[in-house]
Design a protein around this ligand. Sequence first.
Ligand code: NAD
Length: 462
Amino acid sequence: MIKESTRESVDKLVRAQRKYFRSGVTRSYDFRMKALNNLLKLIRNNEAKILHALKKDLNKSEAEAYTTEIGFLLEEIRHTQKHLKKWMEPKKVKTAKTHIGSKGYTIAEPYGVTLIIAPWNYPFQLQLAPLIGAIAAGNTAILKPSELTPLTSKLLDELIKEYYHPDFIAVVEGGIETNQILLDQPLDYIFFTGSVPVGKIVMEAASKRLIPITLELGGKSPCIVDETADLKLAAKRIAFGKFTNAGQTCIAPDYMYLHKNIRQPFIDTFKEVIKEFYGENPLRNEEFGKIVNDRHFNRLKSYLSEGEILSGGKYDESSEKIEPTLLAPHDTSSPVMSDEIFGPIFPVMEYENINEVIDFVVERPKPLALYLFTTNKEIEEKVVNNISFGGGSINDTLMHIATPYLPFGGVGESGIGSYHGESSFVAFSHNKSVLNQTNKFDFSFRYPNAKHGLKIIKKLMK
Ligand code: NAD
């Protein structure tokens, strides 16, 4: 059990970070680069400890933990270091006709003291990926890991203490109470990753002080398989996206829509792929993830009675594992079709015309991700242009999150703002506009005593 942090300790930390930020040291390019180098060292020197904590908290296999938590961060840091100088440069902008003689530019200015709240499903990566942006943009940061992955939370606290001064970066451990204390603080920016209901709490708290926020939330991400899809490849890529981390991925395909002409062959192929990936008995497979805790295990178990099981469906109470399961839901308004599943249970539905799928999706909250498997360009354009979603992949799953060149974030109920690569730098910076006016001449037409002033203004501003 993780102990809650006290209000006194949090107040003191925020004051200390504010003082440190005001000293100006976090702003220089050299300081930011060194702090990013430090993060590289923190990760590289402690790989074994990180893998151990993730194994204990979530039964993550080494391959999965390295790819989705460690390797991901190393790539993101290297990309940031490579481009940081350019991102930090003031950007010149054009001058309007009314402003002749002046120069305009924008500066990416750090917000100040930032708070980064992380969930439990990728507890290391989702805590440190936003931190890369916070450091790159010249902020200080308070990190609040999830209490549901206590070993990773403790390890983050130890490592951050070892590699950074707390006036610059510090971990505050705890649960809901600690978060409430943190959200009461006069922060300059909040970056929250987690569920939609808690996202609303964070936004409400931020609104009291008008603190700018990014909300990285979740929801139900559809996966559509068209009759022109490459079925074997689609099955592999969808199974990978759905069952990585036992389905506990914010952008995991949540439910699947299959074209009626390929429904049965696709299901047969998909079952074969599950066997190829996880063997005859996935519950015994050491590489297959566990459900994070009892509450989520029981929630997922209850979905199993909400449809006809097409494959899988078994579970093991002692290891808190659930088999990769395909389920034909009885009713589209049941919890399995209205809650975010966040587990290895996969509802399968059938369609005949793509418009049915588009109508189904757009009548519900805007998804964080959308996946479409097709080789038909028209269908691709129709889906991409008619459904609003945070981001997605055509003929793949999850991979749009893994490139620093694509901003990652939701829209509507799936989130506000985006990050990764330059977008992280932008997220943690205020884009300050400056107009530098010339003293060499002065247009007097704007002054109240100007002769024909309005006539000239009307010519310039039309
Ligand atoms: P959560 O919202 O329950 O918790 C996230 C954080 O909020 C934790 O640090 C927790 O301590 C804190 N928290 C929980 N209840 C709170 C409350 N009442 N008041 C204040 N703080 C509170 O989310 P979770 O269960 O840890 O993570 C799963 C959710 O996160 C899923 O919905 C998933 O889709 C989403 N998610 C989104 C992304 C993304 O990048 N968009 C990534 C991972 C997870």
